[in-house]
Design a protein around this ligand. Structure first.
Ligand SMILES: [Zn+2]
Ligand SMILES: [Zn+2]
Length: 447
């Protein structure tokens, strides 16, 4: 059955609620929300679509998209971004105070323009806005709002925070700013109900705002784990794996209720606000991102790199980059936050684009050849603009020494991996080619 037909089939059978605010394992350490299991659960619950909104990153996008397509579920790509406090630019590094802290905001890509804007926002948050968290501000948001649907966020959202501080005038102003940035059609007031009194206070005010500004309400559950009984395991993973800062800031979001509730459960929770349930399906129907990947291959026509020791490919890629970073920069590697942030940005961009296999395969070929004393280099072309190629040993000159720019190598418009020219010792060239063919198949040779 064609995927499109399968979407329709599931839609016909399903209830109207769709999870539009959901964290995968890419938000947390631990496997409380493995993407494969998640898709099984969504299919079991007859949900025709499901969104991914990890905290400040989109690392899981390719895997999420592929697994959703394989399960016949529509993938909705999004991110729960960190927004600087009102009036604070993303380049400002001011410590948070009780009433001035980063807020959360839920963004969903409505189409490919929106998806590219989300990549830009997350990339700039890591590159320019990183201060404890990858942050954006409203000016940046306004520059890249096209094609995005915005939900006002969890209890840590800016409007909800102002409501809880009883600053209704400021909450109204904040709401108007978001509504101006996204337009009334693409901005929704997000409501949650984990039985918390604070959420009820926010919902009551959001219902009033919805009527006052003619904005849609949308119900969400801020899903962090699949089954309710996974809560303890998830808490334990958070305790062990995440620093106290993040834990404290997000503490209030985690509740035993943050599990993948069924449509019936969600409809029951919001029975007095049925439009907030229906709007989830309306939004899901509007989101159509095409990543151009086949449903069976992670990278379309490219071979896939298999990392050792059960590591996830993205993890392995990051690990190799940071190991190489320490080799190239020595003690400076630990001191320079700017260099580290730039490396993170390049890694995030490469992963978000789905090019990590490509870089790993080239790294592997270089390593294999050098281990055998075969001369191999890549001195030509735009690969010299990239810190990742330098730390992986693919290029040999520091891109910062001559002011080169990563965006000349990979930018948001790239749909296929960038060209990396490889120079090989003529005498032993055949040995390398044979290794490549044996390990990755003949298709690699056309890369
Ligand atoms: Zn949140
Ligand atoms: Zn969340």
């Amino acid at each position: 059955m064609q995927l499109v037909e399968r979407f329709k089939f599931i839609t016909m059978l399903s209830n109207p609620f769709i999870h539009l605010h959901l964290h995968t394992e890419y938000s947390m350490l631990g496997k409380a929300m493995g993407i494969k299991q998640l898709m099984q659960k969504a299919a079991h619950c007859k949900m025709s679509a499901v969104a991914m909104t990890d905290h400040g990153n989109i690392f899981g996008a390719i895997e999420f998209y592929r697994e959703a397509m394989q399960a016949g579920i529509k993938p909705i790509l999004g991110c729960e971004v960190y927004l600087t406090p009102p009036g604070v630019r993303l380049t400002e590094h001011r410590p948070d105070s009780k009433n001035r802290r980063n807020s959360h905001l839920t963004l969903l890509a409505q189409n490919n323009t929106g998806w590219h804007n989300l990549i830009k926002l997350v990339g700039k948050a890591h590159q320019n806005g990183f201060y404890r968290k990858p942050r954006i501000d409203k000016e940046l948001l306004a520059e890249h709002s096209e094609g995005l649907i915005c939900l006002s966020g969890c209890i840590n959202g800016e409007i909800n925070q102002l409501i809880l501080q009883e600053q209704i005038g400021a909450a109204r102003k904040s709401l108007e700013e978001f509504s101006d940035i996204f337009g009334r059609e693409d901005f929704f007031l997000e409501i949650h109900d984990h039985g918390l009194k604070q959420q009820h206070v926010c919902t009551r005010q959001m219902v009033k705002f919805g009527k006052e500004f003619d904005l849609g309400l949308v119900a969400a559950n801020d899903v962090h784990f699949i089954e309710q009984e996974y809560f303890e395991g998830h808490e334990e993973a958070v305790r062990r794996g995440v620093g106290s800062l993040q834990r404290d800031e997000c503490r209030i979001s985690y509740s035993p209720e943050s599990y993948f509730k069924t449509s019936e459960e969600m409809a029951g929770l919001f029975k007095s606000l049925p439009e907030a349930i229906c709007n989830t399906q309306i939004i899901a129907d509007r989101c159509e991102v095409s990543m151009g990947l086949s449903s069976t291959s992670m990278l379309g026509d490219y071979p896939v790199f298999d990392p050792p020791n059960d590591l996830r490919r993205e993890e392995y890629f990051r690990k190799l980059c940071f190991e190489g970073f320490r080799v190239r920069y020595g003690a400076r590697a630990d001191r320079s936050e700017g260099l580290k942030a730039h490396l993170d940005f390049e890694i995030d961009t490469i992963i978000a684009k789905g090019f990590d296999s490509y870089f790993l395969i080239i790294w592997d070929i270089f390593k294999w050849a050098r281990d055998r004393g075969i001369i191999i280099n890549s001195g030509r072309g735009t690969a010299g603009n990239c810190l990742v190629t330098y730390v992986l040993g693919i290029t040999d000159f520091n891109p910062f020494s001559c002011g080169l720019s990563f965006s000349n190598f990979i930018n948001s418009e790239c749909v296929s991996p960038p060209e990396i020219n490889i120079g090989l010792c003529l005498v032993r060239r055949d040995e390398v080619i044979e290794y490549m063919q044996q390990k990755y198949g003949k298709s690699l040779l056309s890369i």
